[in-house]
Design a protein around this ligand. Structure first.
Ligand code: BGC
Length: 832
């Protein structure tokens, strides 16, 4: 539809109709308006998969590596293909708007959603984000650049005021959003926090530069619950308030318009943008209503190269085998090899007899981070299973966790619970009315029920299960939820308590309410009937969880078992990591230490076997006090469903680890995330990440950009134009030689510096990068395109981008801390 047609439609609508469209109809959908042929638009979280509407374990999702893992690939082509895969997933699940990518920055490694953002560097974030957006939108599904802007940490995230100077905003935090808009993103999400005095859903930054200077013609959606006013947000360039159906707009906004407090033109503009989005995603067609029924992922590739046609205007759904191969490729591409002394890696499968796979994350890894980004993976392969599969018939693989991590109770699952009514593995969930009569009953696959299928007059959620204890001893039973919670075992009440809600943060309210515990001595094989209930009082959210954890072996015994296995093995692979309590939406980290006794475990295993490889399963930096002692360290991030397969390929040398650090890896944080009296000063200006460490004049553990492959490279020469034409991109040519004995890939990085300058600048900044591949002994030339913007800075006085005349140093190498080549390029005149 054309803009004139949108105007026409808007002109014919009355105020009530228009305003109604501007608040969600449900938590995830917009209102339909059949009179104008508009169906409901369906949104879903991302970024690592398409969860679909709501939270339901029966709706599984292809699960990508965490955004840090994607950015670690430095591979835009791969990320675009993964974006397209998500676009297809969205179509399969009848989703129109994917609430991703998150393009906030790693201002501090303590940030709870660090795993969900790409990088500390604005250029790398922009390029990976744009590739993702291109991929998703190639399938007719809207991507959402979020959270606009300066939502870089979680402490007091709903209310904090980030104070950021204008140059830093433009050059660092707004830069990825500007690139997303330039790439044609259809939706931008306004953040919870404020910037420089105004909360983002009312902030002037929505108008300028977003919609004005940058020309963003898409929709500004709110973060969930971020619209808190009627007039201020109604007047601002905030278009759609989510979730619904309630909220501060509705009738109040109609009244505000009538009272002249909000111009009707502001409402019209919001509606126009909603219609434009509807037209883009195909929602202006009454014949194409979204169906809640999902289409199955087909099981095998078809003759057309792996896509099964769904019919209709949309491309097909990738088949399982094809998507899994792509997801495995992503794991390999994002895995970063930090250290590889004595060339311990790759392991020589032909010479291995026994491999000890140790660590709490070896059998129970985290394939994704916590919070609204969570999905239910289609499948999930642990490092232990991946290594076992890869070495089947060749070597014995042994396992011990070695330590117990402090973590939340484990919801009942198919392995330990049966539906008492049907006997099937799983649980029975019932909705009861105030008198206790059953309104609805259904079979579920987990004891973690986040969004039950509510029916009118539902007053209580009940979870019933037959627990089948495989081990005897004292079990920890637990229930989670706000409001009144209850648990009984075989008719005996164990928990009967009121849990008062003490937070407004949606991630905590809806996903991680507090726990109440009870201990119960059980006999192995003797089943017990559990009944958990939670009253659905107002404002207590929807989540109800029933969990059970078996007795575990003592800490000393656990460690001794791991040490014994390490001694008997040719090589020990220790998988350590963070837990959901440490890295998740809704809170920041206190420090970078690995939880529990994992550092001691690494050292104990190393003492037992010098051939120890440590694999870190975390979304962001963790301190590694043993890092100079172990011969090899791999980072696998939260790698998504194909973890085990991808990791085994890297360990055994079937593929090279492709990743380079998208964020500085340090043992401590130079920048904190705690606001003071509601204000978070971005006092460091543009100097975050490697720039902060350069200013500090101290080396971090590993520099931004660092990562080894299985071959070695020599940087031979760099050539840049003497004079860069104002406002034009220019090429930097870098020759590198593969000096090793294997074919391999390298990410050639180009940074700029300006030693003599009249403006404040970082010591150096990433200006471009290119991936190259070469066989042993071969030389290749990387052509790295440098955008004109790389030479420019934002001038608050001129309110424009400007290039300082004179000479810039051009540095080339393999990380911000290893730049063996340099040359210069000059800008002749001040350019805009
Ligand atoms: C998060 C968003 C997310 C939304 C919907 C919010 O709490 O900040 O990233 O898209 O919830 O789940």
């Amino acid at each position: 539809m054309t803009d004139e047609q949108f105007d026409d439609v808007v002109r014919k609508m009355d105020l009530e109709q228009k305003v109604r469209l501007l608040t969600g109809a449900t938590a995830w959908r917009t209102h339909a308006l059949p009179d104008i042929g508009l169906r409901s638009i369906v949104t879903s979280d991302g970024p690592i998969g398409v969860r679909g509407q709501g939270w339901d374990e029966r709706s599984t999702s292809l699960t990508l590596p965490s955004p840090t893992g994607l950015a670690a690939s430095w591979d835009e082509d791969l990320v675009e293909r993964l974006g397209a895969l998500l676009g297809d997933e969205a179509r399969r699940k009848r989703v129109d708007v994917l609430l991703a990518p998150t393009i906030n920055l790693h201002r501090s490694p303590l940030g709870g959603r660090h795993f969900e953002c790409y990088s500390e560097d604005p250029l790398l974030t922009a390029r990976i984000g744009v590739a993702y957006i291109r991929g998703v939108q190639s399938r007719g599904v809207a991507a959402t650049a979020k959270h606009y802007v300066a939502n870089d940490s979680e402490t007091e995230r709903l209310t904090l005021d980030a104070r950021v100077d204008e140059r830093t905003l433009r050059e660092v935090y707004l830069a990825p959003f500007e690139a997303a808009v330039e790439a044609g993103v259809w939706v931008v999400m306004a953040a919870y926090n404020g910037v420089n005095g105004a909360t983002m859903s009312e902030n002037p930054l929505l108008a300028e530069p977003l919609k004005g200077e940058w020309g963003f013609d898409g929709l500004v959606i709110s973060d969930w619950g971020a619209v808190r006013s009627t007039v201020a947000s109604g007047r601002a360039a905030q278009d759609l308030a989510m979730p619904g159906p309630d909220g501060p707009w509705g009738d109040a906004l109609v009244a505000a318009v009538r009272a002249g407090e909000v111009p009707e033109e502001a409402v019209d503009e919001k509606v126009r943008r909603l219609l434009r989005l509807a037209s883009r995603v195909g929602a202006l067609s009454p014949d194409d209503p979204p169906s809640l029924a999902e289409l199955p992922v087909s099981q095998a590739p078809d003759a057309q190269g792996g896509y099964s046609a769904l019919g209709g205007p949309h491309p097909g759904t990738p088949t399982d085998a094809v998507s899994r191969a792509l997801l495995r490729e992503a794991v390999v591409a994002g895995t970063v090899l930090l250290r590889n002394e004595r060339s311990v890696l790759p392991l020589d499968a032909g010479r291995l007899r026994r491999v000890a796979v140790i660590g709490p994350s070896a059998a129970a890894p985290r394939v994704q981070g916590g919070g609204s980004a969570g999905v239910y993976p289609v499948s999930s392969l642990s490092p232990l299973d991946g290594i076992r599969d890869a070495l089947a018939g060749r070597a014995e693989v042994t396992h011990a966790a070695g330590v117990h991590l402090p973590s939340r109770p484990t919801p009942l699952d198919l392995g330990n619970a049966r539906n008492p009514l049907t006997g099937e593995p799983g649980v029975l969930v019932r909705l009861l009315d105030a008198g206790g009569a059953e309104l609805h009953a259904e079979h579920r696959l987990t004891g973690r029920i986040l969004e039950p299928a509510l029916v009118d007059s539902s007053a209580t959620v009940e979870i019933r299960a037959t627990l089948c204890p495989q081990a005897g001893g004292v079990w920890n039973l637990a229930v989670s939820g706000w409001g009144h919670v209850f648990l009984a075992a075989d008719g005996t009440t164990l928990i009967d308590e009121e849990v008062e809600r003490d937070t407004d943060d949606p991630a905590t309210v809806h996903l991680t309410p507090p726990w109440r515990h009870a201990s119960l001595d059980l006999t192995a094989g003797r089943e017990v009937e559990l009944v958990a209930r939670r009253r659905l009082d107002p404002d207590t959210g929807l989540a109800s969880v029933l969990a059970a954890d078996p007795p575990r072996r003592g800490d000393a015994e656990e460690l001794a078992a791991a040490i014994e296995l390490a001694k008997e093995a040719d090589v020990a692979v220790v998988v350590v990591g963070t837990t959901e309590e440490v890295e998740s939406e809704g809170y920041d980290r206190e420090d970078l230490a690995l939880p529990g006794e994992q550092d001691a475990l690494v050292r104990a295993v190393l003492a037992a076997n010098p051939d120890t490889v440590v694999v870190v399963n975390a979304g962001g930096p963790v301190a590694m006090p043993w890092r100079e002692e172990v011969p090899a360290v791999l980072l696998s991030w939260f790698p998504g469903q194909e973890y085990g397969d991808g990791l085994a390929r890297v360990l055994l040398g079937d593929a090279e680890p492709g990743g380079r650090l998208p964020t500085t890896w340090a043992d401590r944080a130079l920048i904190g995330t705690t606001p003071v009296e509601g204000v978070l000063e971005y006092a460091e200006g543009p100097d975050i990440g490697y720039r902060a460490w350069l200013r500090e004049q101290a080396p971090p553990a590993y520099w931004f950009g660092h990562g080894l492959g299985y071959t070695t490279w020599e940087y031979e020469s760099v050539v840049a134009p003497e004079l860069a034409e104002p406002g034009r991109p220019f090429p930097v040519r870098v020759r590198v030689r593969n000096t090793g004995e294997r074919a391999g890939g390298e990410v050639v990085q180009v940074y700029l510096a300006r030693p003599e300058t009249g403006v404040r600048r970082p010591a150096l900044w990433l200006a471009g990068f290119a991936r190259v591949e070469a066989g042993p002994g071969q030389t290749v030339e990387a052509e790295v395109e440098i955008a004109a913007r790389a030479l420019q800075h934002w001038s608050p006085n001129d309110r424009a981008w400007t290039a300082e005349a004179g000479s810039f140093t051009v540095l080339a190498g393999r990380s911000a801390g290893d730049l063996p080549l340099s040359t210069t390029t000059a800008t002749g005149e001040t350019s805009r």
